[in-house]
Write a protein that binds this ligand. Structure first.
Ligand code: GDP
Ligand code: MG
Length: 166
């Protein structure tokens, strides 16, 4: 099993921290799936059962100029080509304009999207449910997974769910 996974979300939600935790060592890409130039490989996670290729999708932020519109289109096309999208949010922050913008862009994409609530080490567990409900009212997420990228809570469970989608 192998597949491409894109991690999107506002700055500082913990995307790089998550990748650093998952990608232990550098391993050559063995997938036979086609890769386009707009997919920049950030890391590959390999087990006996699965290979997950995490790719960067820059430009899925509100554009400040015309060229920005073009970049957003490219980003959306990239999202159509991956197997799973991880939409990461920071549970410490409220639902913001940046999230609304990304969710609007996701509506044109059929790829399954997992809602990843990161930084759960920073909040009481009771605070999670209202956040989960609020986001799931806006978009039909294929899964919702609370994690701490920093401390590692639930990251293995997330990798298991991802594997099942490849
Ligand atoms: P990115 O901009 O989405 O790539 O975010 P980064 O991975 O650079 O993380 C931004 C900040 O959030 C850094 O200071 C991280 O250490 C911190 N951070 C990331 N994940 C967690 C987490 O699960 N818990 C806590 N408490 N901090 C985190
Ligand atoms: Mg980063």
């Amino acid at each position: 099993k192998s597949g491409f996974i894109s991690i999107i979300g506002r700055p500082n939600v913990g995307k790089s921290t998550f990748l650093n935790r998952v990608i232990g060592q550098k391993i050559a890409i063995m997938s036979d799936k086609p890769q386009t130039t707009r997919n920049k490989v950030q890391g590959v996670y390999t087990t006996d059962e699965a290979q997950m290729i995490f790719i960067d999708t820059p430009g899925i932020h509100k554009p400040k100029h015309k060229l920005g519109d073009f970049m957003v289109k490219i980003a959306q096309n990239t999202l159509k080509e991956v197997d799973v999208i991880l939409f990461m949010i920071n549970v410490e922050e409220g639902l913001g304009k940046g999230d609304h913008y990304i969710i609007e862009k996701l509506k044109g994409v059929k790829t399954p999207v997992f809602l990843i609530l990161n930084k759960i080490d920073q909040v009481h567990p009771d605070e999670l449910l209202p956040i989960i409900q609020k986001y799931n009212e806006l978009y039909p997420f294929a899964a919702t997974v609370p994690i701490s990228a920093l401390e590692g809570n639930n990251v293995d469970q997330l990798l298991g769910l991802l594997k099942d989608r490849l």
